[in-house]
Ligand binder design. Sequence first.
Ligand SMILES: NC(=O)c1ccc[n+]([C@@H]2O[C@H](COP(=O)([O-])OP(=O)(O)OC[C@H]3O[C@@H](n4cnc5c(N)ncnc54)[C@H](O)[C@@H]3O)[C@@H](O)[C@H]2O)c1
Length: 485
Amino acid sequence: MPENSNPTRRDVVKAAGVATAAATAAVAVAGLDRAPAILKVHAASDQMKYGVIGVGGRGGYLLKHLTKVDNGRCAAICDLDDAKMDKASATIGTSPSKYKDYRELLADKNVEAVIIAVPLFAHYQITKDALQAGKHTFCEKSLVFKPEEIHALRALVPQYPKQVLQVGLQRRYSKFYQLAKDLVDKGALGDVTHIHALWHRNPGWVMNGFNWRLYREYSGGLAAELASHQVDIADWIFGGSPEFVIGVGGLDTWKDGRDVFDNIQLIYQYPKGRKLTYSAISTNRHLPILNNTRPEFGEVIMGTAGALEITVGDGESTMPTALWYLEPEKVTAQKADGKAPATAAGASYALGGSQKALPIALATDQLKIDKNDSFLEREKKHAQRWLYGKGIMADDEDRNPVETQMESFFNDCHTGGHPKADLEIGLRDSTAVILSNLCMDQERRVYFKEIDTLGANVTPQQMAANLAASQSSYSKSLAAKKKVS
Ligand SMILES: NC(=O)c1ccc[n+]([C@@H]2O[C@H](COP(=O)([O-])OP(=O)(O)OC[C@H]3O[C@@H](n4cnc5c(N)ncnc54)[C@H](O)[C@@H]3O)[C@@H](O)[C@H]2O)c1
C-alpha cells in the first residue's frame, strides 16, 4: 500500500490541529443516522409487483441485484430478444410473464411498477406510456434524450402525482456519497470550489455487432453514458445546475464506423465561479486518485480546508470508497523582527510536503484492532477511529447502492414517498448531457438557459414520428446483427 495512505498516529494528531474547522463540522456530522441497514422480511402482500422493460446489460444487472431486494417481486419482463428474456427469467427466478411488446406488459394488471432499461432514445416514450398506464416508474439514466423530451416530461409527470418517478442515478443512494454531501454542507472541506471527475477506460466501448451506444441516432455517447453520473454528483454537491459548459470532443482512436466521440474533456461553470472539470477517455484506464488503487472512475471534491476523493466502485468486486485529505496548515511568513510579513502584501503560503490521505472508510474494514493486525493495519485503524470519534467516518457501505435504490423505489411506491433521484434531478442531468454534446459539436460556450428554447417548437406528432423512425432503424440493425452472428 502506498506510504501516504497510512497516516501515523502522530500525523493524525497533527492533522487534528490543522483541521479545526473540519473537526467542528465533523462533530455536527455525528448526528447522522448510522444505523446499519437491516434487511426486513416482507410478506408477499407488501411486495411491489414490478415488470422490467429491457433486460439487456443493465436490466440483467438490476435483476441480479433485485434478487437481494425483498420488498419487490418481479411479475413480468419484456425484451425484443427472447434469449435475453430467458436469461433474465432464470436470473430472477420468479417465473415472470414474458412480453415482446412493452405495451402488453403495461396492460398487465399484475404489474404495479416498471423498471425501464432500454437504450436512451426509447426512454421518453416508454416512461410516458408507463405513467399513462398508471404504473410507478423507474427509468435508467440518462432520463431523456432530446430537448423537447425535457419539456414534455416536465409537463407530464405532475399529472400523475400519486405515481413515483425515479431515475437510475444510484450514487444518490450510496451512504458514502451521502456522507460526502454532509461533509460539504457542514463545512468540513471548507469552501468547495472545484470538482474533478474522471472516467477512463481502455479499450472503452468496442464494436460488437450492433452497439446502439456508438451511434448518435440512439445514444448521447460518453456524455450520456458516463458523464451523466458524475455531473449529477457536481449538481448535488454544488446544489444546482451549471451556468455554462465548454469542451472538446474527439473521435480519434476508434475509427470503426461509430459516430459518437471516443474522448471528451469538459469544463462546467456553476454559480460563484465553481467548476467541474471532466475527462472521459477510451485509451487508458488509469485513475490518478485514491492512491492509484482503483481504475476507471471517481471524483475529487476540493475545498479550502480539504479534499475528498470518492468512487462508487463497480458494485461487484469493489464497493464505494473515499479518502479525505486535509489542507496543510497555512502560515504567514514574517520578517526577523516578527512584525511585517516578508511576502508581498500580507500574502501567506502553505507549508510544503506531501498530504496524508485519511481513509474515511473501506468496505472491508472493521475498527476493532486485532493483535494479528500488521503495523500498517493498526495505524490505519487508529486513523479511522480518530475520525470516527469526530463522527466523520461513515459506516461501511454494506450494500450495493443499486440494491438500496431499488428498495427505496418500492418503498416509495408503497408509502407515496419522494425519491432522492427524482424528475428534476433526472431532467437537470439530461440537460447537462444534451448541452455538453452541443458545446462539443458546435465548438462554443453553451449556456444552460438555452435549454428553455431548444426543442420548444417540436410538436408531439414530430416527436412520435422521430421516435418511430429511430425505433424502426434500431430494430433493423438488431435483426441484421442477429443474421451476422
Ligand atoms: N445506472 C447505470 O449505472 C447504468 C449502467 C449501464 C447502463 N445504464 C442504462 O441502461 C440503459 C440500457 O443500457 P444497456 O447497457 O442495458 O443496453 P443493452 O443494449 O445491453 O440492453 C437494452 C435492452 O433493451 C432491449 N430493447 C430495446 N428496445 C426495446 C423495446 N422497445 N422494448 C423492449 N425491449 C427493448 C434490447 O433488446 C436490449 O436487450 C441505457 O439507458 C443505459 O444508459 C445505466
